[in-house]
Design a protein around this ligand. Structure first.
Ligand code: IPE
Ligand code: IPE
Ligand code: MG
Length: 248
C-alpha cells in the first residue's frame, strides 16, 4: 500500500496491542447468536494483521481469549476454540509466505489438544521468520503471567543462582511471555469499555491507550490507522515535562 499520507512514518508504534472486544454485542444487535460475532471478528483479525504487515510494524499482539473467558458458557467457549483452530489451519501458509512469526502469550496447557497441536505447528513453522511478530494472547492472564515470572525468579534466588539485589526491571521482564520484545506503544480496546481486563499489566505501563467504540467485527484497516493517528498526536512524556520531550 501507499503509506497513509497523514501518518508520520518515523513515529509509528513498534508494538500495537489490541483488546478485541464487542463480538457478542455485534451479533446480539443483529439478533444473531454470539459466536457469529466471533466468526466475523476473524475477518477483522485478518485485516489488522495485513495492515500491520503493510505498515511494517514490529509486533502486533491480539487478545483473543483470557484466563477469565473460561467462565463463559461451554457452547461459546467451544465455538471460540473451533474458530481458532480453523483460523490457524487457514492462515498457516499465509503466515509462512508473509514472513510473519506467530507466538502465543498464555498457558497453552489448558487449550484443547487439537488447538494446541495446530498452534504448536504454526509457531514452529514460522519460528524462522523475521518479519512481523504476531502474538496471540490465548488463555492469557497478566496476573498469572507475572506470578509465573515471580516463581521463576524466586526459584533462581532460592537455589543461589541469583541475588535478590540483582533483580532489575529488565531481568524480570525477560521472564514474561513477551520477553525480548518491546513493550506496547499503543494499546487499543474496541467495543467501548474502558478497562484492561487483565491484559499486559506490566508491559502497558507507558502504552498510549486508545478506547474506541467500534465493535471488533467492524474494525478494519482504517480504524487501525485512525488509532495510530491519535497515537501520533499524543505527547509521550515518560514522567518528564512537555518542554523536555518536545523536539527543539
Ligand atoms: C471479545 O468479544 C471476544 C472475546 C472476549 C473472546 P466479546 O465476546 O467479549 O463481546 P462482548 O463484549 O460480549 O460484546
Ligand atoms: C477481554 O474481553 C478479553 C478478550 C478480548 C479476549 P472481555 O469481554 O472478556 O472482558 P470483560 O469481561 O468485559 O472485562
Ligand atoms: Mg467483551
Amino acid at each position: 500500500m501507499q503509506f497513509p499520507q497523514e501518518l508520520d512514518p518515523d513515529k509509528l508504534p513498534a508494538h500495537v496491542a489490541i483488546i478485541m472486544d464487542g463480538n457478542g454485542r455485534w451479533a446480539q444487535q443483529r439478533g444473531l447468536p454470539r459466536p457469529m460475532g466471533h466468526q466475523v471478528g476473524v475477518e477483522s483479525v485478518q485485516a489488522v494483521v495485513r495492515a500491520a504487515r503493510k505498515l511494517d510494524l514490529q509486533v502486533l499482539t491480539l487478545y483473543a481469549f483470557s484466563t477469565e473467558n473460561w467462565k463463559r458458557p461451554p457452547f461459546e467457549v467451544n465455538a471460540l476454540m473451533g474458530l481458532l483452530k480453523k483460523y490457524l489451519l487457514h492462515e498457516l501458509e499465509t503466515m509462512v509466505a508473509n514472513n510473519v512469526s506467530l507466538r502465543c502469550l498464555g498457558r497453552k496447557d489448558r487449550l484443547p489438544d487439537d488447538v494446541r497441536d495446530i498452534l504448536d505447528k504454526v509457531i514452529a513453522d514460522t519460528a524462522g521468520n523475521d518479519g512481523l511478530v504476531f502474538n496471540l494472547a490465548l488463555n492469557y492472564g497478566s496476573r498469572v503471567e507475572i506470578l509465573d515470572a515471580v516463581k521463576t525468579v524466586a526459584g533462581q534466588c532460592a537455589n543461589g543462582e541469583l541475588a535478590a539485589d540483582a533483580i532489575t526491571e529488565e531481568l524480570f521482564a525477560a521472564h514474561l511471555y513477551t520477553g525480548g520484545l518491546p513493550d506496547p506503544d499503543l494499546l487499543i480496546r474496541t467495543g467501548g469499555e474502558a478497562r484492561l481486563s487483565n491484559f499486559l499489566l506490566w508491559q502497558a505501563s507507558y502504552a498510549e491507550i486508545c478506547f474506541v467504540d467500534t465493535l471488533w467485527p467492524d474494525f478494519r484497516e482504517e480504524n487501525l490507522l485512525d488509532a495510530i493517528r491519535v497515537y501520533q498526536g499524543r505527547q509521550r512524556r515518560f514522567g518528564m515535562t512537555g518542554e523536555q520531550v518536545r523536539p527543539a
